[in-house]
Ligand binder design. Structure first.
Ligand code: AMP
Length: 527
């Protein structure tokens, strides 16, 4: 058990200092190296004026340096904010503006982003800029040379378990990303449960598949480090070719794989997993969206030596809140896979619109309470109050998911009751995409809908639009305009130009009709 997240590594660094903690390609870090370098960074951050509770934005790709940075920030009693460095500058600026960092830690590749981001964020006081590994194309306040010289002593911490450890920004329906604040206690609670339940130990070789701004990576990192195991960071490029992903699992001799379903769908569809492949693999975990049952059957049949677990939960309740470990291969590809039962310390309940429990078997809104419940949204009490509700003297989080309890006593996920979708594992508010398109001058009106797709992305993003001046506007022009505002994974795949959008009786865009139009077009295209 740990009080603060960084204590896991400090403990392992005393117990097994020379064991490998992190592997990324040719680069690796031992527990001792991770401990001393993060101590140095913490001391440097304090010297740079970083105070308890200050935010430190990480403009760092998935790398050992980023994990040193996270530890260094925590040891300085500060709060880290990992950002998606592949996002366009205006979106990053909105995040930077919202969290007003005392320090930005950046790497060379992200250096050129800093200028436009800081110009657009237009902060009252400029953050200090530091880099850990390479020179930046930017004036820095400290760099790798200073880090080298900083004290290796672990600075004393004043933080407690309830203090915020990190803020993860997710898509926001009004167009601005919202920051979920997670405490040390939130994270340690899930990490301790997960390590015990899955029996992760020092001989494990775990995957680091998710990007660091996505909450699954929190379990990759601290689940592995708290067990003294080896974390193998999966290069983002491996995702482009499923055979490379499979090869990565083989060559790294992974014992544990954890990812969103799209990576698994990709491998299953491309038939890159052989019979009894991945002999070292002991467990395969997925979370974030539904893993289609045919994919699960495919994987379970090829990998009979592996245990399969479905984890479910939103970022707001820390990594995952419920779990279901498969007892046998599903008999029918149409059988739904349960999201299971609550993890220790968590509670799931299905309520109606009056916050009253619905009978088992009936669908309702899924609420979560317990130790994973985050502290709400960064500086947004209104949004926090909307979804973190007081019910019978207990705080419950309204997930926005529809679910029911089956005859087996397990929870089953049905879908969403709003316009949040998952595409390629990314959580996306369709409202954020619409807000971006509506800001383009060439567009008069648009409606963005999600359509279930047979491709590996799970849900295809489809955009219906009306040009501003009656002239035709090509999808290419829209794509180009939107790509300056939205990350690539939010760009629509299907487009339909209208002279007037179909409307409902009360004048709103008729999303159902628009969705059906795209659905029938996609069905025709696939046949
Ligand atoms: P995120 O905050 O990115 O983790 O997304 C949370 C949302 O993803 C949940 O509210 C669900 O809609 C969906 N989700 C997460 N895990 C699962 C799962 N195992 N099965 C189905 N949907 C899931």
């Amino acid at each position: 058990m740990s009080q603060l997240i960084q204590d896991y590594t400090t403990l392992q660094a005393t117990q097994r200092p020379d064991a490998t903690a992190i592997v990324a390609g040719d680069e690796s870090l031992t527990y001792r190296q991770l401990e001393t370098r993060s101590n140095q960074l913490a001391n440097l951050l304090r010297e740079a004026g970083c105070r308890p509770g200050d935010r430190v934005c990480l403009f760092l790709d998935k790398s050992p340096a980023a994990i040193i940075a996270m530890h260094g920030v925590l040891k300085a009693d500060a709060v880290y904010v990992p950002v998606d460095v592949t996002s366009p500058a205006p979106r990053l600026a909105a995040i930077v503006k919202s969290c007003r960092p005392a320090v930005i830690l950046a790497e060379k590749a992200a250096g050129k982003l800093l200028k436009p981001v800081l110009a657009e964020a237009n902060l009252d006081s400029s953050p200090r800029i530091g880099t850990l590994d390479a020179e930046l194309d930017f004036q820095t306040d400290f760099d790798a040379a200073e880090l080298e010289k900083a004290s290796e002593e672990l600075p004393e911490s004043t933080n407690g378990p309830e203090d915020i450890a990190h803020i993860l920004f997710t898509s926001g329906s009004t167009g601005t990303p919202k920051g979920v604040m997670l405490s040390h206690r939130n994270v340690c609670h899930f990490v301790d449960w997960g390590r015990e339940y899955f029996g992760i130990g020092p001989d494990d070789r775990t995957s680091g598949h998710s990007p660091f701004h996505f909450d699954l990576s929190t379990f990759d990192i601290y689940g592995s480090l708290s067990a003294g195991a080896q974390l193998h960071l999966v290069p983002a490029m491996a995702n482009l070719l499923p055979k490379n992903l499979a090869q990565f699992i083989r060559e790294s001799e992974l014992t544990q794989w954890f990812s969103v379903p799209s990576a698994l769908n990709l491998m299953a569809r491309s038939e890159v997993i052989r019979e009894n492949d991945f002999p070292s693999l002991e467990r395969l975990l997925w979370c974030g969206e539904v893993l289609p049952t045919p994919t699960l059957i495919h994987l379970m049949e090829r990998l009979p030596h592996v245990e399969f677990t479905n984890l479910y939960g939103p970022t707001e309740t820390t990594i995952a809140s419920s779990y279901f470990t498969m007892e046998k291969v599903p008999a029918d590809p149409r059988d739904p896979v349960p999201i299971g039962r609550a993890c220790d310390g968590e509670e799931l309940c299905i309520l109606d619109s009056d916050l009253q429990p619905v009978p088992d078997g009936e669908k309702g809104d899924l609420y979560i309470s317990g130790d994973g419940l985050s502290k709400g949204y960064w500086e947004d009490p209104e949004k926090t109050r909307e979804v973190f509700l007081d019910r019978e003297d207990q705080l419950v989080y309204r997930t926005g998911d529809i679910a029911y309890v089956g005859e087996d006593g397990m929870f089953y996920f049905v879908g969403r009751n709003d316009s949040q979708i998952k595409s390629r594992g990314y959580r996306i508010e369709l409202g954020e995409i619409e807000a971006a398109f509506n800001s383009l001058e060439i567009i008069k009106e648009c409606a963005v809908v999600g359509v279930p797709s047979s491709g590996f992305e799970g849900t295809a993003i489809c955009c219906a639009y009306v040009p501003q001046n009656g002239d035709d506007v090509s999808p290419e022009a829209l794509r180009k305009g939107a790509s300056e505002l939205l990350p690539r994974y939010m760009l629509p795949k299907q487009w339909q130009q209208y002279r007037k959008l179909p409307k409902t009786g009360n004048g709103k865009s008729n999303r159902r009709e628009i969705r059906e139009t795209f659905e029938s077009r996609m069905t025709t295209e696939n046949n």
